[in-house]
Design a binder for this molecule. Sequence first.
Ligand code: NDP
Length: 246
Amino acid sequence: MNTLILLWLLVALVIFPLLLRITAPYGRHTKAGWGITLPNHIGWIIMESPAWIVMTTWFFINPADKSNVQWFFYLLYMGHYIYRSLIFPFRLRTKGKDMPLVIVLSAILFNLVNASILGYFVSYACTYTDVWFYDPRFILGLALFILGFGINFWADSTLINLRKPGETGYKIPQGGLFNYISCPNHFGEILEWCGYALLCWSVPALSFAIWTAANLLPRALSHHRWYRDKFPEYPARRKAVIPFLW
Ligand code: NDP
């Protein structure tokens, strides 16, 4: 298992510099020439659902009784992905916007492999007893996870609400963490999965956190460059994704 994860992490090492050079063409970065497209919110549902379907399959395929810790890890992950795949798409104000099929397919691959690695750990390999709930790694990791999810949810909500129903353009987001970084939603999500890696204290969860960062750091940098190009008045001191640093 660890060899497989190592190989998968090597793929992330290749993908990360590629994503720094080639901006994934969806949302504000959509452009023609990327083949077949489908409605944006349908794309989100299809590409994010494998994450919870695969995790749930692993979890219930194992007939053994699950520990409280296993249930906790499972439900925490499910909470995020049920939100991302079945609630978030219906909150978006992107009527009439499309997403390339190639993005959907690559996200499906990302989710299939990551959810399999993590699903195997949560369902089979995790042997913690209830004592783990009192471990400082679990407590700190859970605090980071909750904080990260809160920031991600708040930032996504702020961005979505910049548009009145029916609008499709872009505005400069203001307030809270937006005063320091262009992409608090990406920052929050990275924090969230770092917290999950800490509370699981396992190589599979660490691998997932690294993959999430490899995906979201380049996207945040692309968003940041885009804001600066589009809005000459864009706040000069605002960083891309890590307050005061990057
Ligand atoms: P964006 O910030 O690009 O967009 C979020 C939503 O807000 C979109 O509907 C977008 O519209 C709208 N929006 C964004 N900025 C503005 C603005 N300035 N003015 C008006 N509307 C705006 O987020 P992403 O698409 O990059 O990501 C969405 C969520 O998915 C995030 O929470 C992210 O963390 C998560 N994600 C997770 C990944 C992972 O690897 N785990 C990978 C990718 C995303 P429009 O679509 O029209 O641009």
